[in-house]
Design a protein around this ligand. Sequence first.
Ligand SMILES: *Cc1c(COP(=O)(O)O)cnc(C)c1O
Length: 429
Amino acid sequence: MKKIPFVTKEQVESIAAQYPTPFYLYDEAGIRRNAEAVREAFAWNKGFREFFAVKATPNPYLMDILKEYDCGFDCSSETELLLSDAVGADGAHIMFSSNDTPAQEYALAAELGATINLDDITHIPFLEEILGGKLPETMSCRFNPGGIFQMSNGIMDNPGDSKYGFTREQLFEGFRILKEKGVKRFGIHAFLASNTVTNEYYPTLAGQLFALAVELQKETGAQIAFINLSGGVGIPYTPDAEPNDIRVIGEGVRRKFEEILVPAGMGDVAIYTEMGRFMMGPYGALVTKAIHEKHIYKEYIGVDACAANLMRPAMYGAYHHITVLGKENAPCDHKYDVTGSLCENNDKFAVDRMLPEIEKGDYLFIHDAGAHGFAMGYNYNGRLHSAELLMKEDGSVQQIRRAETPRDYFATFDETPYYDRIDFEKVNC
Ligand SMILES: *Cc1c(COP(=O)(O)O)cnc(C)c1O
């Protein structure tokens, strides 16, 4: 499918006059359309809830939009919990799916009334001690079936090799222990494949988890209240990939539900999801300006963003489509490496990419950066985080996070004598 930016060159020029590049730009209309489609796709399930994976795009303005669709928030750290609390999520709208969890984070999750999804059987006594012996009435456990998950195509495709979750045996044992300790309502969670660009992932996973739920209920007597399909629903990063159809996915899960849970008398089980990428990925872009061209053994275009702003290409070799704004229909007859300024040779947004001829001053729209984009930013080479901007449904633009300044970068030295010696005025801040 042809990849079309949600802004024009003229719009970006006017935005850039106020907010210098690079910046992240999010498309409110797209976020809303998609959130509505997700809600409709699972409307057949009475207790359905999407818990947006906060780590994908931890911005309260965007979380507030999702809240209008009754989304909850999936957290795995203290700051993600604080953010969810700050946007007014109550306990019923917070899932705490962490691993290797520090004690104080469990304590905070419990204080907020979040549903705690345990990553390991040893966390049962660990949590019990933190909470003074009294576990919450609702608890969830993360399942890892081991082996290979058939439809996998990405980073977490090999459950037998992944650090997450309980083994099958531990799950049965864990449910028995939790039940003895007074837990009344149980959830099962699994995340077995990442960025799946197929409508089959959730239905396949659901089939396995539903069958497991029936067995668990039978053998342990635990009341299964929800089944959490977690994240992993992908987006088409490349123009030739076929996008997932969330309605087909929802219908596929419904069929498994009717086939497995309903006959077992478990038709009241709620379905939860924890999508990050699917909720935000396509609706955010990194907008950057070409500032250099370099002709050596290869042709390079240097832009004003770098891997510290968007790490996925450098880290995973991930493909992000690039549109040169204003040249949407020009022939892609130039082969470029598009690079950032980090002193690391993997700082390339594209390698050997066929693009229209790029001139200095052109704006590049780096697609599908709305999830795991800004959030994975870092400060290597003293590079600063960019601003995040929201393009509203009426076309106006709101800054939803300002760009970092040298003051922010040096803030953690503020108790040292060096802080006062930094001449911030030299850089106008
Ligand atoms: C990262 C993560 C998600 C979201 O994954 P996506 O691939 O963005 O959908 C959901 N749940 C957990 C526990 C995660 O770690």
